[in-house]
Design a protein around this ligand. Structure first.
Ligand code: HEC
Ligand code: HEC
Ligand code: HEC
Ligand code: HEC
Ligand code: HEC
Ligand code: HEC
Ligand code: HEC
Ligand code: HEC
Length: 263
């Protein structure tokens, strides 16, 4: 039913608007169809052996011939699996398989073609493409914060503004670069206590360590939504290692030491 107050011109505009809306709807439906159809023609999800030939990229197998130790340390890591770990692939699929994910989840991502050279964060992701003539020609060994920070930008940011960043305690000082393990155990406090011998002297530290707490229970906080932040390449990993007074509330309903609890 027409609105009685509408003039013929207004009615005309009204019809035009309805027609335009219908056209837009048809267009969107068409796009959806095309897009859905197009998806089936996308390349398969990456597998362990995904690669394309370009540049001088070789493969971890090539490096393994002369560097079996580094290879063995690296082979079981999430870096090695970064393109095909099942959780990643679920999110990759949900996001519509955008190529940009492979800037960090693969080796030798080419922004112009959307292709990557090798699956996983492999040797050449960190050491650059194979240099013909290597070992006479040397491979790249970059400072760990520049290297790791390229794909771990938010961790780099947390670290940079921390005391560790200020005094130059680098990623590689705490992490084995190939196995990704920490250089000493975290769960026994060995890693932190290896450099921090004095921190255990004051009562807060002494008392809590005596009841079996670990440095990271108070000095490392990760958000619950870690995966969500990781998808954007900005996982919050708590690398400032600060423990403020607010941390007490994680375990104590009331902050002891204020009369509620005796020491
Ligand atoms: C996540 C980044 C990363 C990956 C992946 C990686 N490396 Fe390294 N690699 C480094 C860094 C950083 C150093 C320097 C270590 C240091 O200074 O302690 C290094 C050092 C080396 C060295 C010099 C000797 C040594 O151990 O210090 C060799 C050889 C080497 N890597 C080979 C490899 C091979 C082979 C692979 C693949 C199987 C590989 N790397 C994968 C980061 C990486
Ligand atoms: C034909 C044997 C050979 C192959 C293949 C080889 N390397 Fe090396 N590489 C060496 C030797 C020898 C050295 C020097 C001694 C050392 O540090 O182990 C070396 C040193 C390195 C270093 C330390 C920096 C430097 O250049 O001195 C890195 C990093 C490295 N190789 C990475 C790689 C990567 C990544 C691959 C695979 C793309 C690879 N290498 C393949 C023999 C090889
Ligand atoms: C080319 C990109 C890239 C570089 C360079 C890189 N990483 Fe990673 N790293 C990733 C990706 C992607 C993941 C997650 C892989 C997954 O779970 O699928 C990851 C995961 C990790 C993890 C495991 C996190 C977890 O949740 O268990 C550690 C630890 C880590 N990286 C440390 C480092 C360190 C230390 C360096 C430098 C020596 C480094 N990374 C360099 C891309 C990179
Ligand atoms: C002072 C030591 C220290 C330094 C420096 C350090 N890390 Fe860590 N990192 C740790 C500890 C401890 C953990 C937790 C390990 C665990 O829970 O087993 C960790 C965990 C991680 C993880 C996994 C995060 C998660 O939530 O599971 C990544 C990724 C990582 N570090 C990357 C880096 C990068 C990149 C740098 C340099 C910018 C760096 N780290 C510098 C000590 C350090
Ligand atoms: C390789 C040595 C090294 C390791 C390992 C290390 N630290 Fe540190 N840390 C330092 C140095 C050096 C400083 C600066 C000391 C200073 O300011 O005099 C520092 C400073 C700090 C500070 C002081 C921050 C501030 O703002 O004053 C905290 C907190 C801290 N570290 C916690 C940790 C924790 C937790 C771990 C274990 C996950 C750890 N550190 C592992 C060397 C290390
Ligand atoms: C119960 C929680 C808790 C535990 C467990 C804990 N810390 Fe702390 N830590 C704190 C708090 C809170 C501060 C800040 C103190 C302040 O500002 O008064 C702090 C401060 C520090 C500082 C900087 C001040 C200083 O004393 O130099 C370092 C370094 C440190 N802790 C290292 C460690 C290490 C290493 C461990 C494990 C051996 C550890 N902490 C375990 C809560 C904790
Ligand atoms: C800037 C680099 C970067 C980009 C771009 C990036 N990621 Fe990541 N992603 C990481 C790093 C680093 C981690 C490991 C974080 C950690 O554990 O601390 C990670 C972890 C993940 C994880 C958790 C893996 C697991 O097994 O728990 C998922 C899922 C993920 N990424 C999906 C994606 C998707 C999908 C895209 C593209 C839309 C993407 N990422 C783009 C760097 C990146
Ligand atoms: C990761 C958990 C955790 C955090 C965080 C934590 N505590 Fe505790 N705290 C404990 C545990 C466990 C005990 C020993 C059991 C108990 O007495 O409740 C304890 C005991 C204490 C005691 C001795 C209580 C008594 O009755 O003897 C004091 C005081 C105390 N905490 C203060 C603090 C303060 C201040 C903070 C913040 C800087 C803090 N705690 C952070 C777990 C924690």
């Amino acid at each position: 039913m027409e609105h009685p107050a509408l003039t013929p011109l207004e009615q005309h505009i009204h019809r035009l608007v309805v027609a335009a809306a219908a056209l837009i709807l048809v267009f969107i439906l068409g796009l959806t169809f095309l897009f859905g159809h197009h998806q089936t023609e996308k390349p398969l999800l990456p597998t362990r052996n995904s690669f394309s030939f370009f540049g001088n990229y070789q493969s971890p197998d090539r490096c393994r011939e002369c560097h079996p130790e580094e290879y063995a340390e690296w082979a079981g890591t999430v870096h090695a699996q970064a393109s095909f770990d099942p959780i990643f692939q679920v999110y990759l699929e949900a996001a519509g398989r955008p190529g940009e994910c492979f800037a960090c989840h693969a080796t030798g991502y080419d922004t112009t073609t959307g292709q990557f050279a090798l699956a996983g964060v492999s040797c050449e992701a960190c050491h650059g493409p194979y240099r013909p003539g290597h070992p006479e020609a040397t491979m790249v060994v970059a400072a760990s914060e520049t290297l790791c920070g390229a794909c771990h930008p938010s961790t780099l940011q947390e670290w940079k503004t921390s005391r560790h960043g200020e005094v130059g305690i680098r990623c590689g000082d705490c992490h084995e670069v190939h196995s990704q393990k920490t250089r000493a155990a975290v769960i026994t406090n060995e890693l932190c206590a290896g450099c921090h011998t004095n921190s255990t002297q004051d009562p807060i530290h002494r008392n809590h360590i005596a009841v079996g707490l670990h440095c990271v229970d108070c000095h490392l906080s990760r958000p619950a939504s870690k995966v969500e932040s990781a998808i954007s390449g900005h996982a919050i990993t708590g690398h400032a290692f600060v423990a403020d007074r607010g941390v007490c509330g994680r375990c104590h309903e009331t902050v002891p030491g204020n009369g509620e609890t005796s020491r």
